[in-house]
Design a protein around this ligand. Structure first.
Ligand SMILES: Cc1cc2nc3c(=O)[nH]c(=O)nc-3n(C[C@H](O)[C@H](O)[C@H](O)COP(=O)(O)O)c2cc1C
Length: 167
């Protein structure tokens, strides 16, 4: 009897408001499908944190809000019913650094890092639950509501390259 080896599965939860994160999710899903990895994409508004589906890896994707991940995603992560040791990854959409309108200067990266804590906040919540994060990444948007930066598909592809062997 031939027993088919079951394929790998990623459960991808995002909190996109303006659609950029949703586009990233679709591209990620398409590229992972090419590698034989099934990706189930869900907006957190249509998911129940207490009732997580089975997956080999859980990916959480949030847009930035005031230096942090969107509040709804922070709540979802805190409530996510996943046992310690579960493998996960994060992929954010964040505003590209822009020059100060008064001085025309770009923000100092060290100062921006102190304020811009989208990925660190997500990791802190996940690590407090004992989850093991195997990859983190961000795709930038050029305005407050988008669009995605040029060549964003290449960033998603690089992220997929990094993550796929770890699923
Ligand atoms: C009220 C507001 C606050 C924002 N604050 C931040 C922020 O602190 N850091 C950041 O990187 N992006 C910030 N952004 C831009 C978001 O990153 C951007 O809207 C988001 O990535 C778009 O993703 P979505 O289309 O999936 O919702 C903010 C956007 C809005 C509307």
């Amino acid at each position: 009897m031939i027993v088919e080896k079951p394929g790998k599965k990623i459960a991808y939860f995002h909190a996109s408001k303006f659609g950029n994160g949703e586009k990233v999710a679709e591209e990620f899903q398409r590229l992972m499908a090419d590698r034989g990895v099934e990706v189930e994409v869900r907006h957190i508004a249509h998911a129940r944190a207490k009732d997580m589906p089975y997956a080999d890896l859980y990916l959480f994707s949030a847009p930035g809000r005031m230096g942090k991940p969107r509040g709804k995603m922070r709540r979802f992560l805190r409530r996510a019913n996943l046992p310690a040791g579960t493998r996960c990854a994060v992929l954010t959409t964040e505003g590209a650094p822009r020059p100060d309108p008064k001085t025309g200067k770009m923000p100092d990266p060290a100062a921006a890092e102190k304020w811009q804590r989208v990925i660190p906040v997500m990791l802190k919540i996940l690590e407090a639950k004992g989850l093991k994060c195997v990859a983190e990444g961000k795709v930038l948007v050029t305005g407050m509501k988008g669009p995605l930066e040029e060549e964003w598909e290449r960033k998603v592809a690089a992220y997929v390259d990094k993550l796929a062997p770890q699923v």
